[in-house]
Write a protein that binds this ligand. Structure first.
Ligand code: TPP
Ligand code: SF4
Ligand code: MG
Length: 351
């Protein structure tokens, strides 16, 4: 694969975060995607979110499948762990890695083709099993890398670049994630960085399966009239239900809002998600209401964005399985092999 390394030099006055890193420390190689591709904006938002959260890059494991979207982990977090899997297989590799080493922050990056077609089974089971991860689908409604065929998320009736209408029903990954038990579900737009960065920060701070569907226009194959994933269409039909602030642990939480206009949702790591309501009365802690809202607005041709659902009491796969608190590779021989006496006890209990 060809790539262009970024020069390491940077301006000495660049701002540092609390652990002394500049934004440059969270960058990767120079992108080889088409100029204007939405996926590059998402990479920029991931870089900004990790910098703002003071995440140590070596604590992140970024995993992806195959596609333009799945290439993007090469363009951010160059000092993090990375695994570019086979097409559609990112979720199972991430599940295994997460079970082996619970100390890392898992970031899965995929495309609508990678996750909604060949990898649909993998996506379904990773969410259903409550794997602790941030799962991003960079959704452009086409297989960008293989020249723009409709993907399973392309809306019925939307028109291809060559003028053909899509006759198949669309699959909505947000509704699926809600039904499957994801405990943090959001939809964003690559063209709205102000909304996107907090959504990614919230997902990275969440313990449990966090799913983000990010509409990300493909300028080469799906940015024309008749497409429902073009910049113009999304800008005209974007209906944001809330605005999110993520306050890291140890931040003083001051009430700077009128009662009833915001909701604070504490997370396991001590951070707090503060949701400023845009839509009167919308409460993202109600899963059924979220599903209803998405379907109602979809029927009107609108794209609902924002934090659509969060479960304040989320638990993850480690909690379900009762796994040990430390990474498996740090377990000593006497823990892994407790001896003949302990084994005899276990056997006796099974008789
Ligand atoms: C097993 C297998 N089947 C098919 C392909 C061809 N292929 C490469 S990428 C891709 C789809 C990518 O679409 P998406 O995940 O939406 O990514 P995008 O390029 O749109 O970001 C396909 C079908 C492949 N690489 N491997
Ligand atoms: S083909 Fe589409 S998805 Fe791929 S890099 Fe170009 S604009 Fe982005
Ligand atoms: Mg795609």
């Amino acid at each position: 694969m060809t790539y262009i390394a970024k020069p390491k030099l940077h301006h000495p006055t660049l701002a540092c975060n609390a652990i002394g890193f500049t934004r440059r420390d969270y960058e990767g190689k120079i992108s080889t995607l088409c100029a204007g591709c939405g996926h590059d904006s998402i990479s920029a938002a991931i870089i900004q979110a990790c910098w703002e959260l003071d995440i140590r890059p070596h604590r992140v494991a970024k995993l992806s499948g195959i596609g333009c979207s799945s290439k993007t982990p090469d363009y951010f977090l160059g000092q993090s762990h990375g695994f570019n899997t086979v097409h559609g297989r990112m979720p199972s590799v991430l599940t295994g890695a997460g079970l082996a080493n619970r100390d890392l922050i898992y970031l899965g990056v995929s495309g609508d083709g990678d996750s909604a077609s060949i990898g649909i089974g993998q996506f379904v089971h990773a969410i259903r099993r409550a794997v602790n991860m941030t799962y991003i689908v960079e959704n452009n409604g086409v297989y960008g890398l293989t020249k723009g065929q409709f993907s399973a998320t392309a809306d019925q009736g939307s028109v291809s670049k060559r003028g053909m209408a899509n006759s198949d029903s669309a699959l909505d990954m947000v509704t699926m994630a809600l039904q499957l038990g994801a405990t943090y579900v959001a939809r964003g737009f690559s063209g709205d960085k102000k909304q996107l960065v907090p959504l990614i920060k919230g997902a990275l701070s969440h313990r449990g399966p966090a799913f983000l569907d990010i509409v990300s226009p493909c300028v080469a194959f799906n940015n024309h009239d008749g497409s429902t994933k073009s910049y113009d269409y999304v800008r005209e039909h974007n209906d944001a239900v809330n605005r999110l602030d993520v306050m890291p642990p140890r931040t003083e939480i001051v009430a700077d809002y009128a009662a009833g206009e915001s909701i604070d949702v504490p997370q396991h790591d001590g951070s707090v998600l503060r949701l400023h309501k845009v839509e009167g009365g919308y409460d993202p802690r109600d899963r059924i209401a979220a599903m209803n809202l998405i379907q109602q607005r979809h029927a009107r041709g609108e794209i609902v964005t924002g934090l659509l659902y969060v479960d304040p009491d989320a638990v993850d796969l480690h909690a379900h399985l009762g796994t040990v608190e430390v990474p498996l590779n740090s377990l000593e021989a006497d823990t892994l092999s407790p001896g003949a006496e302990a084994l005899a006890g276990i056997n006796a209990a099974l008789r």
